[in-house]
Each structure stands twice: as structure tokens, then as C-alpha cells.
Ligand binder design. Structure first.
Ligand SMILES: Nc1nc2c(ncn2[C@@H]2O[C@H](COP(=O)(O)OP(=O)(O)OP(=O)(O)O)[C@@H](O)[C@H]2O)c(=O)[nH]1
Ligand SMILES: [Mg+2]
Length: 188
């Protein structure tokens, strides 16, 4: 399958990518946000050892939403499986922002996010990142997660709680990201 992503989306459209491990809910989030108006790339999951779910994403998937007040976002979902790291890098390098979706209660989450942030910092142009806590978590868990990242030498990254199945929660998270992007472009 060949998918072409132009380096820049059409005018007035910001490209934001969805990242995260297998099964965290990237495709679910795109479906919540875009309904049928998305181009998916799911196939039957043959790696049931990695995750028991029936389908998994093997390429980039696309959708578009209007946040209101003239802001439109092109959303690009990425595959979570490690073997598709090249797709993630490609998607990230063409995005101005990204939601890094994790379960902060997963014991591997800090290392996962630290690895992703390290990889992202090495890109030629780095997208603005927001961490999305996608499973139930207490305030203390979120604080501990943030502290662990800072202790590991990473910059402070905003963490937002949002359920990928809930459209409004995803819209609110994207609204925060769009506001941060707008602030960033004003200060350039
Ligand atoms: N409990 C719970 N389940 C969720 C949540 N979000 C998604 N799911 C379920 O988890 C499964 C994984 O969803 P996907 O959206 O395919 O995950 P993905 O991140 O796209 O995974 P890959 O494409 O394989 O990397 C689906 O069965 C969803 O219904 C959530 O917030 N909580
Ligand atoms: Mg998927």
C-alpha cells in the first residue's frame, strides 16, 4: 500500500498525529472524532501475543475535523507496533503537533514515552507534543508519571486525561493542542 503525505497539508489546515503503543486507542480516537469520514488502514491482527484485539493498524490513517473558530485539523493515526517505527517517524516529521497516547498505569509507560520523546527530539523539525492519559488514572499517578519523565531529563510535557472513545474529551484535548500551537506560532 502506498500513502502519500504532502509535507504540508492544504492551507488553513494543521496536521496532528496520534501516537502510542498497540491497543491504546489511536484508531478508536480517530473513529470517535471523524466517524465514517476517515481513511483507515487496519488489518486482522496476527500478533495476538502483543495484543489480543482483532484488528491492528499497519499504515497511516487519516481524518479531518473542524475545531470551530476557523481551525481545521488533519489527523494522522500511526501504527503502534514496533516494526512500523519508520511509519511513525515519517508521520511525525510531517506533523506540527502530536498526541502521545499512553496508559500511565502501565509499568512500561515511562520508558515508552521517554523513548518516543528522545526519538522526536532528534527529528529535523519537532512537533509539539501533548501526552494523553487514555486509561483511568488518579491525580497522584499523573503527577508521578510527570515527575518520572522530568527525573529522566525530559522537558515538562503537558498531560491531559481523555478517553479515546469519548468524542468531546478528544476534541477538548485537540483544542488545547491547537491553542498551544497557535501560541507557539505567535511567539516565533
Ligand atoms: N478500556 C478501554 N478500552 C479502549 C479505550 N480506547 C480504546 N479501547 C479499546 O481498545 C481496543 C484498541 O483499540 P485501537 O483503537 O484499535 O488501538 P490502536 O491504538 O489503534 O492500536 P494499533 O493500531 O494496533 O496500534 C479497541 O477494542 C477499543 O475498543 C479506552 O479508553 N478504554
Ligand atoms: Mg490503530
Amino acid at each position: 500500500m502506498t500513502v502519500f503525505i504532502p509535507t504540508q497539508p492544504s492551507q488553513g489546515l494543521m496536521r496532528v498525529s496520534l501516537l502510542g503503543p498497540m491497543g491504546i486507542g489511536k484508531t478508536t480516537a480517530l473513529r470517535s472524532l471523524c466517524g465514517q469520514l476517515m481513511a483507515g488502514s487496519d488489518v486482522r491482527n496476527l500478533d495476538r501475543a502483543a495484543h489480543s484485539k482483532e484488528f491492528t493498524t499497519v499504515g497511516a490513517e487519516f481524518g479531518e475535523i473542524d475545531l470551530g473558530s476557523g481551525e481545521r485539523l488533519q489527523l494522522v493515526g500511526s501504527p503502534g507496533q514496533d516494526r512500523f517505527d519508520f511509519v511513525r517517524r515519517w508521520v511525525l516529521s510531517a506533523s506540527v503537533g502530536a498526541l502521545l497516547m499512553v496508559d500511565v498505569g502501565d509499568e512500561e509507560a515511562v520508558d515508552y514515552v521517554a523513548g518516543m520523546l528522545k526519538g522526536i527530539a532528534q527529528l529535523d523539525t519537532t512537533p509539539l507534543i501533548i501526552i494523553l492519559s487514555c486509561r483511568e488514572a488518579t491525580g497522584q499517578q499523573l503527577e508521578d508519571f510527570s515527575s518520572a519523565l522530568i527525573a529522566g531529563g525530559h522537558e515538562l510535557v503537558p498531560i491531559i486525561q481523555a478517553d479515546p472513545r469519548e468524542r468531546q474529551q478528544m476534541l477538548d484535548a485537540l483544542g488545547v493542542l491547537a491553542s498551544l500551537l497557535s501560541l507557539q506560532s505567535q511567539s516565533l
